[in-house]
Design a protein around this ligand. Sequence first.
Ligand code: DOR
Ligand code: ZN
Length: 347
Amino acid sequence: MPESKTLTIKRPDDWHVHFRDGAMLATVVPYTARQFARAIVMPNLVPPVTTITAANAYRDRIAAAVPEGVAFTPLMTAYLTDETDTDELANGFEQGVFSAVKLYPAGATTNSASGVTDISRVAGVLERMQDIGMPLLVHGEVTDPDVDVFDREAVFIDQVMSQLVADFPALKVVFEHVTTRDAVDFVADQSGPVAATITAHHLVINRTDIFRGGIRPHLYCLPIAKREVHRQALRAAATSGNAKFFLGTDTAPHAISVKETACGCAGIFSAPTALEVYAGVFDEEAALDKLENFASLNGPAFYGLAANTETVTLERAELVVPESVISAEGEAVQPFQAGETLGWRLA
Ligand code: DOR
Ligand code: ZN
């Protein structure tokens, strides 16, 4: 079969992004808006986004950073805490302000200190969310410092996720940024409304890459990349066409100064070329015909939204990832695969 030179798909959405705030927000939003029609925006600001008022204000700041002439809709999320007011969430969902709720186990990752200390404390909130069809987005890692960092996702399935889906069988749950074969199998096996996002970087790197020739802080994120067998399981799931798996980049910009340091932050900034990286993976897996399902159809179907009607075209052409992007305050951020040449580009 001759290789096709272009691929046209319905415009995709990104179901997991970190935009930050202030000068960083202004710098990174255009990269996501260039490729994606909508994005689920994570609420882990300091302080976290917990109220309708805060989410509306944050949405307006994001909208102000979208370039002229670009159509982009941020979908806002609420940050779940032990003290979350159920009515605030439900009202926000019913008013169309909140699209979902994000569960960070307290201490699991960047700006998660206000997260949930024990899932039993939010049982009432989850009950109500189940009733009204409001999705729960889960950072699926245990926080016990004695659990090996590479095992935290698999242990979370046994200790938390299995019980969660048993206790709330009709709750819409997204297992965010899955990194293990265990998580892929768990999600695929569920008969209820349980789905998963998969990042571009977890499809490309395994844990050995973090240490290739020296320690590479720009490949450090949470959940951390796992062994090659897990990367292969993620690639199989993403390219399978299974509607339970969809695109969520988890693009998470941090200034180079806080990445390249003695105790660097977790997060990979993949927004500048995310769609092109995914396209390269699907091409390598001979599954370009499944990219539209993963990037443009499965996510909206899970969230109960219509797919986008406009299309985007990717072309087989060289694209060099920028070495860095600089914010208005002069902070530099290094994109995923900075300086490397990709084989696909948005036309
Ligand atoms: O690597 C990560 N960075 N993982 C997360 O869960 C949060 C994110 C961030 O906000 O920087
Ligand atoms: Zn994230």
